[in-house]
Write a protein that binds this ligand. Structure first.
Ligand SMILES: N[C@@H](CCC(=O)N[C@@H](CS)C(=O)NCC(=O)O)C(=O)O
Length: 202
């Protein structure tokens, strides 16, 4: 098949696997692992960054999970992709927001909890990152105050990209339940069948 999505589901590739499952298009999933596989010459020809995920769609080679989701949603996602330019711009904004405002802070927690050996773990780093996350979480909560999803009544690629980035926060058990709109929205996003299908993959 001329359409392949690379990356194991237990990694940031889950974002794009979730995205492609939302579209319902056919694809070959190649469960490339971030250790080893992603540094092979064959894979570096697909993504010279040596990171997962990557998408091949015909002649297009694409990396960066949120960019892959914007492409998939626009080309194959129907209502997943906003039609009017203002909402399209908001989808870009939220996608960039997720990887710039949430990702660096959540990664500090992920690194401490999953990669630093327990005896070397720095609780202060986790505490400070959690404190700093309050600012973007408040922004997200306010954005979700008057509508179920970021662009209105429907789940779109804006929600997909922010929620899929925030899967790592869920994984580390970060409690954002005091942000009630965020919690309601996250529960709705994480109960989608497409995510369950993505998580069931290698
Ligand atoms: N900004 C990239 C990050 C991708 C990324 O860092 N993936 C990790 C796995 S979670 C990886 O492939 N790491 C391999 C390495 O850094 O060598 C995206 O969102 O697609």
């Amino acid at each position: 098949m001329a359409r392949k999505l690379y990356g194991i589901s237990g990694s940031r590739a889950i974002r794009a696997i979730w995205g492609i499952e939302e579209t319902g298009i056919e694809y070959e999933h190649v469960p490339t692992h971030f250790r080893g596989d992603a540094q092979s010459d064959d894979y570096l020809a697909v993504n010279p960054n040596g990171r997962i995920p990557a998408l091949v769609d015909g002649d297009l080679l694409l990396c960066e999970s949120v960019a892959i989701n914007l492409y998939l949603a626009k080309n194959y996602g129907g209502d997943l992709y906003p039609q009017d330019p203002a909402n399209e711009a908001r989808a870009f904004q939220w996608s960039v927001w997720g990887i710039s405002e949430i990702e660096p802070l959540q990664m500090q927690i992920v690194i401490q909890k999953f990669f630093v050996p327990e005896d070397k773990r720095d609780a202060a780093v986790i505490e400070q990152a959690a404190k700093n996350l309050e600012r973007p979480l408040k922004v997200l909560d306010a954005a979700l105050a008057d509508s179920p999803y970021l662009l209105g009544d429907q789940f779109t690629v804006a929600d997909l990209n922010v929620a899929s980035v925030m899967l790592l926060l869920k994984m580390v058990g970060h409690d954002y339940s005091s942000h009630t709109n965020v919690q309601r929205w996250a529960d709705a996003c994480y109960s989608r069948d497409a995510l369950a299908r993505a998580q069931a993959r290698d």
